[in-house]
Every structure is written in C-alpha cells, then in structure tokens.
Design a protein around this ligand. Structure first.
Ligand SMILES: Nc1ncnc2c1ncn2[C@@H]1O[C@H](COP(=O)(O)OP(=O)(O)O)[C@@H](O)[C@H]1O
Ligand SMILES: [Mg+2]
Length: 215
C-alpha cells in the first residue's frame, strides 16, 4: 500500500479548504484508511475532529503537522505505507514552505475557489506555485474546485472564462453553498452524518472524480 496524497490548497482564507478536506477525508474514511494532515497552525481541522462525539468518532485519523513547515513532505512520506489516502489541509499562507513541501510529494492538488472574478484572480499565486512544483514532481495533477456556488445562479460567464485560463481544469462537480457544510463543522462530522442528500451527492460525485484521477 502506498497512499495517494491529496493537497487542498489556496493562499486565500475562507474559500473552503478545511470544509472540503474534512468532508472528503471523513467520507472516504468510512471505507478506506485515510489520514488528514492539518497544516493550519490554528488547527481548525483538528478542532473540528476533536468536537466529534465519542459515540460518533470522526472516520479518518488526524495529525497536525503545521509546525513541521518545509519538512512536511518528508514527514508525510513516513505514513504512505499505512494509509490509502492522505489529505493535507493547507494553511492560508503567503509562507508557501509548507504548501510547496506538501505539493512535492502530492498526487493531486485541489484548489477550492469561490467562482467570482476577485477570488479567481487571487488564485493566480497558487497556480504559479503548482506549475513550478510540477516541473519537479511530474506525477502532480491539479484541479480547481468551484465552492459555495449559488443554487439559483449558474457560474457567471466572466468566472467561467477566468477558469478556462488556468493551467489546469475545474472538477465537473461543483459544491454549492449549503447549511449542511456549516452544520457538519458544529458537531465534528461530515455531511454524511446529516440528511442533506444534495450535499452527500456532491461529495460522493467529487470523490468519484478524485479516485478516477488517481487510478
Ligand atoms: N459549500 C459551503 N457551503 C456553506 N458554507 C461553506 C461552504 N464551504 C465553506 N463554508 C463556510 O465558509 C467558511 C470558510 O470555510 P473554511 O473551510 O474554513 O475555509 P478555509 O479553510 O479555506 O479558510 C466556514 O464558515 C465554512 O463553514
Ligand atoms: Mg482552513
């Protein structure tokens, strides 16, 4: 067994990195051996997992490696044989040492973006970092992920045209703005502990895309 490493990153805070890293690792963790690496010094993913009830423990393992900074890739390598998937929730950092180190050993980078022009402009920095790392790590794939889409409006033409200018494509699955994602945080679980079937469908469909990409 050698784990596939999936890094969730964007230097912008608030675009949904932690929410997506938690829901993906928690959902896959129900059927696979999954580790979630918390890379945020504020430990938001760790707190999320810690708030789970003892009767409903979070399905994947969690470890905070934020203080390992530029050595995080080397540290994660130690766990490759123990897991099938390792997700990394990156800090919202201009200090890219943690993120670039994780990307060096990653199979997939997921870049969540709120599909608005300003949010897309601010993802240019992470695109540059990913393309620099890809020159060294040639197994690295990357995808944008539209998060917090509005239910009654499709992604605007301006946003779609900005998305098409990126070096890497967008996932077909879009994640909509839903209270289930906020509620899941409150009790330390994932949308699979709630009965919002649309949120569950989105995460299931995203996991299918991810596992297909990593085959
Ligand atoms: N798809 C979504 N629907 C509703 N709320 C969301 C969604 N994704 C993220 N959020 C909320 O947005 C805020 C920022 O998300 P978070 O995952 O902490 O972002 P980041 O880790 O990138 O800073 C949180 O309050 C979270 O609950
Ligand atoms: Mg976060």
């Amino acid at each position: 067994m050698s784990a596939k490493v999936i890094v969730v990153t964007n230097q912008k805070g608030g675009c949904g990195k932690t929410t997506l890293a938690i829901n993906l690792s928690g959902a896959l963790g129900r059927t696979h051996k999954v580790l979630l690496v918390d890379g945020d010094p504020q430990g938001s993913a760790s707190r999320w997992v810690a708030s789970a009830d003892d009767n409903v423990p979070f399905p994947s393992a969690i470890m905070n490696l934020s203080h390992v900074t530029e050595k995080v890739g080397r540290e994660i390598k130690k766990y490759l044989i123990d897991y099938e998937y390792i997700f990394v929730d990156c800090p919202p950092a201009i200090d890219n040492k943690f993120t670039s180190s994780a990307l060096m050993i990653a199979d997939l980078a997921i870049v969540p973006v709120i599909p608005s022009p300003t949010d897309l402009w601010s993802a240019v920095g992470i695109q540059q970092l990913i393309s620099n790392v890809s020159e060294i790590n040639d197994s690295l794939q990357a995808r944008l992920l539209a998060n917090m889409c509005q239910t009654n409006t499709s992604i605007s033409k301006e946003a779609l045209s900005l998305i098409s200018e990126f070096d890497f494509p967008k996932f077909e699955t879009d994640i909509y703005q839903r209270t289930a994602y906020r509620q899941a945080a409150a009790f330390g679980g994932t949308v699979f502990n709630l009965d919002n079937s649309k949120a569950k469908q989105e995460i299931t469909s995203l996991i299918n895309e991810i596992t297909n990409l990593l085959q």
